[in-house]
Design a protein around this ligand. Sequence first.
Ligand SMILES: [Zn+2]
Ligand SMILES: [Zn+2]
Ligand SMILES: [Zn+2]
Ligand SMILES: [Zn+2]
Ligand SMILES: [Zn+2]
Ligand SMILES: [Zn+2]
Ligand SMILES: [Zn+2]
Length: 414
Amino acid sequence: MNSFFSLITKNCRKFKIYPGPDPKQAIMGSLVFCIHHKQGCTWSDELRKLKAHLNVCKHDATQCPNKCGAQIPRIMMTDHLQYTCTMRRTKCEFCQSEFSGAGLEEHAGTCGQEPIYCEAKCGQRVLRGRMTLHKSKDCTKRLRRCLHCNREFSADTLALHVNQCPRAPTVCPQRCDVGPIARADLEAHLRDECKALAIACSFKEAGCRFKGPRHLLEAHLEANAAAHLSLMVALSARQGQQIQMLKSAVSKLSINFTGTLLWKITDWSAKMAEAKGKDGLELVSPPFYTSQYGYKLQASMFLNGNGPGENTHVSVYIKVLPGEYDALLKWPFSHSITFTLFEQGAQSGQGGVAESFVPDPTWENFQRPSNEPDQLGFGFPRFISHDLLYKRPFIKDDTVFLRVKVDPSKIVAV
Ligand SMILES: [Zn+2]
Ligand SMILES: [Zn+2]
Ligand SMILES: [Zn+2]
Ligand SMILES: [Zn+2]
Ligand SMILES: [Zn+2]
Ligand SMILES: [Zn+2]
Ligand SMILES: [Zn+2]
């Protein structure tokens, strides 16, 4: 230690010591960046100049001049003063009133001059301060009551409703003296009350042409009872004719044109009993045609027989009836006729009794028939004996089937 001290002392004595650079001066002279370098300030200079730089550095925070208490980087100050400073002076853009920043925030959303959309969704923008008035007076969505029916409608649909409102008053289209009538009651008025509406007489269908106001109709009906009655009689006669025409049209539609009649005779035992009690009781078949434009024929049957078969046999006959096409047909009728009485049931098969004949050209029965209803038939008085009839299964379910077949070939077929 001593030796070191002495060395310095020695040195001090021996050498003139020049003052070295002042360390403080040296530090102050070192090159530095601005403390806001990272925020983007590019300033760089001696440390001693930093303080002066910070007084102007865009990135350094300073007190807001409005004394709102905020420390704001200079670069943001204009924005702060304009927009965010709570102490800034500003104007509401709608009413132009002056506010501090905080006051404006409170004012926003309540300004009476701000246009806002109508809450009733009518699509209009209205100043907030006029909204109540709008909703009660102009808004197309405000509710209004129909004066006639008292129901509520939005203002824009009320007119349409009134045009159809069932309670809206209308005048009678017949201009009768009744006052305004609710639209819904008009139909009943015209139907039941209207004095001006001309109504047709209730005998119109029968041909009465009277048409007049309701109050005259009753007098008309009273005065014309006899005339109405004769109109009705004539109407009923016309309808009777129509029914006849329809009947004949229907029977034409159902007539058989095949040349073969299968005649089903039901209630056999009752009919047989009746035939036994009544002489000459003849059962006739539905008429049929030999072809579409052919001869009209009808079969008949005496259940208790007639002529040589009386009381012992069933007799069958065919007769020619006056037909639609007789004028065009060849006379005398000369087709062969076969009668077959069928046995019924599976065991006996389709057996039966059959008889045929070919008309002789000289027989009167087959000349063209006149319109006399009682033409004679031709056939077999002893077609089948009652004995055989009940021996074999010809009758089943009290029903008998007789087939009458017409064959233009003249060959007698069984
Ligand atoms: Zn800076
Ligand atoms: Zn401020
Ligand atoms: Zn305002
Ligand atoms: Zn509105
Ligand atoms: Zn209404
Ligand atoms: Zn009327
Ligand atoms: Zn009449």
